[in-house]
Each structure stands twice: as structure tokens, then as C-alpha cells.
Ligand binder design. Structure first.
Ligand SMILES: NC(=O)c1ccc[n+]([C@@H]2O[C@H](COP(=O)([O-])OP(=O)(O)OC[C@H]3O[C@@H](n4cnc5c(N)ncnc54)[C@H](OP(=O)(O)O)[C@@H]3O)[C@@H](O)[C@H]2O)c1
Length: 169
């Protein structure tokens, strides 16, 4: 089992505001869905609650949620209470060929990057600047190499253009 991360950020690393996304980009949502379907997604409790009820748990994926709240429950989701518990679960399931995708938000991205166990990142770079209150950490270009995997221009349905980079160490 590999740990990957997937995020969409603006030109200043903004990823969210008021527990919501900053943009509506169906083409990037499609990339997210195609990349993560059939795999495992791990999210913070706030990210989970920001997903409209009818869309959660994210279909076709094992949904895992991190919360300190021992009585928190969510239908058809696995609940974890520490980062170490998630890493222990990953170790116990290392023969599982699915990827464990860290899907945010900000607190979850930061803590998993600090574990140094993230092997791969898919980063959507949105060509705009927003008034964000949640940010992705600065990517250390000395540690991570990137390749362009998708480029999409602004169009009728996607107000902003974006590029998706795959980062590996
Ligand atoms: N652009 C993107 O790609 C993207 C992706 C995902 C999310 N977002 C945005 O990011 C924002 C949410 O991010 P956020 O940083 O505010 O919240 P978050 O990371 O989604 O969730 C934070 C919560 O996770 C739990 N948690 C965090 N660390 C933990 C630990 N070590 N052990 C146990 N539980 C832990 C806590 O839940 P409890 O309080 O229940 O203990 C904490 O309040 C929203 O605006 C969302 O739209 C953007």
C-alpha cells in the first residue's frame, strides 16, 4: 500500500475558506474522481463534513476519517483518532494494492507530509488567487520532482485554467 496525496491549490497555496472549496472546477473534480476511485481516501473530520451529505461517503472508495472525537460516527466510513493509528492500519494492510490517498484538508495534509511517508502527490495548480483561510504547505522543490500530467484551459464550465503536476521524490 502506497501513500499518495491529492490537492488543488491556488497560486498562493490557498485550498479553502469557511470550510468550503474556493472554486467549482468540474474538470478537476473529474480528475480527482478518476484518480482516487477504487482506492482509499483519508480525510479530516472538517473536510468530511464539508462534503454535501448526498455525496458522502465518496462512492467507489474506502472512506477513512480522522477525528479526536471518540464518539464520532459516519456511515460506511472507518474512523481513526491519531495519525499513528492510520499508519498502523496501513502497515497491517501493506499487502493491499490500493493506494491510500490523503485528501485533506489543511491539517491532514500538513501532518502526513511531516511523517515523510507520502511517496507521491497530485497537485492541481489553479491559475488564480483567492481569499483563502486554509493553505497547503510550500512544496520543497529540492526534495520533490514534478511532471505535468494534465493541462486544462478556462472554459464555459471551468472558470479558471489549471495544470495538474505529479510530484515524486
Ligand atoms: N483544495 C483542496 O484540494 C482541498 C481538499 C480538502 C479540503 N479542502 C478545504 O480544506 C478546509 C478544511 O481543512 P482544515 O485544515 O480546516 O480541516 P481538516 O484537515 O479537513 O480537518 C481537521 C480535523 O481533523 C481532525 N484531526 C486533525 N488532526 C488530527 C489528529 N492528529 N488526530 C485526530 N484527529 C485529527 C480534527 O477533527 P476533530 O475536530 O473532530 O477532532 C480536526 O478538527 C476546507 O475549506 C476544505 O474545503 C481543500
Amino acid at each position: 500500500m502506497k501513500i499518495s496525496l491529492i490537492v488543488a491549490k491556488d497560486s498562493r497555496n490557498g485550498i479553502g475558506k469557511d470550510n468550503d472549496l474556493l472554486w467549482h472546477l468540474p474538470a478537476d473534480m473529474k480528475f480527482f474522481k478518476e484518480t482516487t476511485t477504487g482506492h482509499i481516501v483519508l480525510m479530516g473530520r472538517k473536510n468530511y463534513e464539508s462534503i454535501p451529505e448526498k455525496f458522502r461517503p465518496l462512492p467507489g472508495r474506502l472512506n477513512m476519517i480522522l477525528t479526536h472525537n471518540k464518539s464520532f460516527q459516519a456511515p460506511d466510513c472507518l474512523i481513526f483518532h491519531t495519525v499513528e493509528e492510520v499508519l498502523g492500519w496501513k502497515e497491517a494492510n501493506k499487502g493491499d494494492e490500493r493506494t491510500l490517498f490523503i485528501i485533506g484538508g489543511g491539517e491532514i495534509y500538513r501532518q502526513f507530509l511531516n511523517t515523510n511517508q507520502v511517496e507521491e502527490m497530485f497537485v492541481t495548480q489553479v491559475d488564480a488567487v483567492f481569499d483563502a483561510d486554509t493553505f497547503f504547505p510550500e512544496i520543497d522543490e529540492a526534495v520533490w520532482q514534478r511532471e505535468l500530467v494534465l493541462e486544462h484551459s478556462a472554459d464555459e464550465k471551468n472558470k479558471f485554467g489549471f495544470r495538474v503536476y505529479r510530484y515524486t521524490k
